[in-house]
Design a protein around this ligand. Sequence first.
Ligand code: GDP
Length: 478
Amino acid sequence: ETITVQELANRMAERAVDVIRELMKMGVMSTINQVIDADTAELVVAEFGHTARRVSEADVEIGLAGIDDAQGDLAPRAPVVTVMGHVDHGKTSLLDALRSTDVVSGEAGGITQHIGAYQVTTESGAKITFVDTPGHAAFTDMRARGAKVTDLVILVVAADDGIMPQTVEAIHHAKAADVPIIVAINKCDKPEADPARVRTELLQHELVPEELGGDVMCVEVSAKARTNLGQLEETILLQAEMLDLKANPDRPAEGVVIEAKMEQGRGSVATVLVQRGTLRKGDIFVAGSEWGRVRALIDDHGGTVDAAGPAVPVEVLGLNGTPEAGDEMVVVDSDTRAREVSEYRQRKKRDVRAAAGARGTLEQMFERIQEGEAEELPVVIKADVHGSLEAILTALEKLSTDEVKARVLHAAVGGINESDVVLARASGGFIIGFNVRANAQARDLSRRDGVDIRYYSIIYDVTDDMRKALSGMLAPTI
Ligand code: GDP
């Protein structure tokens, strides 16, 4: 019996890439789905500073939550949905409109509490959880930190405007995360709305709508007139059914921090989306490098609750400090253990920051290519004009070998922004800027996270570097 790298990472609440790196140091080349034996797993666990316990000869249990769920303990859970799209296409309006469809809050007097996520109960009695923080940087940033929060993306496209640059960004973020997309064609109340054009434009981005023979579901809605929202929800539920989403509610809770802040009089407040198990009042937990004991749980209607199960977002009071969005939350069995884990993580965070400054993503990629470990070179390309972009893309296509391929995460005209950095980081890739610059936020973020940005003004230089990169020979620019 064995464990995959991904599952091991999950059990330790560590990032899979860090586990892969650790394995590499031990001379074991692996991928996320690689199966490793219990002995190796035990070594990795110790390396991360966790205590491993052999549950059986074959299996190690990590001292955190780390209990594996038996198939029979799994129960269906609500899908978790994120809304993305171009600015002004109606993300916020749609989230507000969908929220108003909740049949339960109607009874409760319709008090809404903005906690970063909310759950609605549809006409049919099914539940859907929406992450209420639109913006793909937030989405991918969480993913970059190892948290898979979203099951589905709703791509909002205004029917009077069509596909715009941030729509394309959103598509690339969702695809890089391998999350299915449902398209909400919004503003269909407008006389100039042209949903057919939106469908056709989607084709250029390898999203083939059902109406055109593909498998991408599109729903024509109006957030303003509140039309077809029920149909959009039914579509979400249909897509979710295909994903067969399940979780074990009867175990110590694990989840992700969606938002966290300090509030006067309340202390540190974190919104947590529970992913497995049930979070209860009195539970001791670690969130990122902070820890605490649940003093109170508040739901998205502002009411106090005793417990929150899978896919239920709640505000948690009782943390000793403020974690970051995307941090994993996990319940542990004692405060000694909580303190131990949080101290270890704080130390680790400092190490990671220091390492990020010293070694960029590109250098790490090269190492992996040289080792024969990586088969792809993930890259985001930004250029000043379409012509250059096309030329670079064509050159990359030609340079890719059977062993190593360039994987273009996103290619667009325009300056390098935060979204590009986050996208590159989430896939361990780097950024090519051709006759464009990075804005200040992108520069700061890339420095903080060690994402390489390479600037060029001559196509030949790009292709020359890429050829070297793909053969693992490029010297880092430090
Ligand atoms: P976001 O930037 O994507 O969050 O977009 P907003 O939700 O802020 O909406 C941008 C603008 O579009 C606002 O003025 C909204 O009132 C308007 N809007 C949003 N949805 C609709 C719609 O379905 N129909 C019409 N006519 N206007 C809409």
